[in-house]
Structures are given as C-alpha cells and as structure tokens.
Write a protein that binds this ligand. Structure first.
Ligand SMILES: [Fe+2]
Ligand SMILES: [Fe+2]
Length: 244
C-alpha cells in the first residue's frame, strides 16, 4: 500500500534533501506556472511558456538520466512504468516543438497548449501517485537523499529546451546533454535579452543560428542510443517537420 506524494508532508517524504521533496516542490511550481499560463494575456504567453520550459525540460532530463534507470532496477514493473512517463515526456517535447512553429493566437496553437497542459498534469500525477511512492517503498532514507543530490546536480546542468529527436534514455540522452545544454542556455540568454531590449535584429539572428545548431546536433544518430522503440509515436519522423 503506497501513499501519493500529494498526501505526505516534507518530513514523511524524507526531508529537504530527499528526491521526493525536491520533485514535489518542482511540481508545485509547475502547477502555479500552468495556472499563470491559463490567465496570461496573449502578449505574455511566450514569457510564461519560457519559464515553464526552463523548469520542465531540465527536471525531466534529470528524471530520465538519474531516476528512471533506478526504478527499472528496483521495481518489478519498472520498465512499463518508466516507459509510460518517457512517452509523456516525448509528447511534451513534440508539442513544444510544434507550439514554437505555430502562430500565436491561432486556434491550432491553443489546442496544442491545451494538450501540453493536460500531458504535464498527467505526468505529475503518474509520478506522484505511482512511480515515486513505489520508489519510496523500496529504498531507504539514505538512498532517497543520495538520489536527491544526484538528481539536483544533473538538473542544474541539463538542457532547457525541447529535443524530440534525442533518446529519452541513457546513453543517448546523456551524450546529447553536453552540447545541447550549452546551446540551450546560450539561447535562453539571447531570448531573454531580446525580450528586454524590444527587437534587436542581431540577437534574433544569434538565437536563430543557435536553434539551427541545436537541431543539427540532435540529429546525430548516436544521440538516439538506448531509446525504447515505442517511446515516440512515430520513430522515424522528425516531429519538427511532421504534417499536422
Ligand atoms: Fe517530476
Ligand atoms: Fe516527469
């Protein structure tokens, strides 16, 4: 019998260093940002979305690199459970890629945003109600703290953008993280300066070049190593060019 993280306080979850507390805190921040997105006027949507992306992509990357491999080892149904959340993460990556290519204010974009919010909420529920309570039941407090420290360390140096083409599992995702983290974080800086300097054409060119560079990098075949073939809905197609 396991209890959802939502129904446990921080002491029950192992204290501030535990991976369970760190996960729950990020999920609460995400919930607040999703609410903010729902209330945001059209001209503020992109800014709120950027904050959501910076939170969720690094968070999910660290789950895929640090936590899910442990769950596959300690839970009898760990393979199926982690595959399900990897599919959710993959859908988030594909949706964000499509949102970035769809004009603001269009009906298409609104349906993509609605689905994005839905999948992010499903992912949090699967983790808080199933995966993480089962991890809690199988490992001791020291392991929860060790996982918390490892997860946080990876989260801080992880990619912050959608990368639907790379694997959701090691070793592909870990190899891809090195160049993609650098490119993503440079793009974050360029985009935030664009936002605060109202239209600097050279910065927009820099951001576009970084985007092209990261698309080129993520297509390297060895960055797909380790992937379960059913993670993506369509394995061979790049969702950035898939027809809607
Ligand atoms: Fe999570
Ligand atoms: Fe997740």
């Amino acid at each position: 019998m396991t209890i959802s993280l939502a129904e446990q306080d921080e002491t029950q979850l192992g204290g501030p260093l535990s991976v369970l507390v760190r996960q729950k805190r990020d999920h609460i921040t995400l919930n607040r940002l999703l609410h903010e997105l729902g209330e945001a006027a059209l001209d503020r949507q992109d800014e709120v979305l950027r904050r959501i992306y910076r939170l969720v992509f690094a968070h999910a990357f660290a789950e895929e690199a640090v936590l899910w491999p442990v769950l596959r080892r300690v839970l009898p149904d760990g393979k199926d459970l982690t595959l399900q959340v990897e599919q959710e993460h993959q859908e988030v990556n594909e949706l964000v890629t499509r949102i970035e290519q769809t004009p603001a204010g269009s009906t298409d974009r609104q349906s993509l945003l609605d689905r994005l919010v839905e999948v992010l909420r499903e992912d949090v529920r699967d983790e808080e109600d199933q995966l993480l309570p089962q991890l809690q039941a199988r490992v001791d407090h020291r392991r929860l703290v060790a996982l918390g420290i490892a997860w946080e360390a990876v989260r801080r140096i992880a990619p912050t953008r959608a990368h639907p083409v790379v694997a959701r599992r090691p070793p592909g995702n870990a190899l891809a993280a090195v160049p993609l983290t650098v490119l993503d974080r440079l793009r974050d800086r360029a985009d935030s300066r664009i936002q605060h300097s109202s239209g600097a054409p050279w910065l927009e060119r820099v951001s576009a070049k970084l985007t092209r560079a990261s698309h080129a990098v993520e297509h390297a075949p060895f960055f797909r190593r380790g992937e379960d073939p059913t993670t993506a809905r369509s394995d061979d197609e790049d969702p950035a060019v898939r027809e809607r």
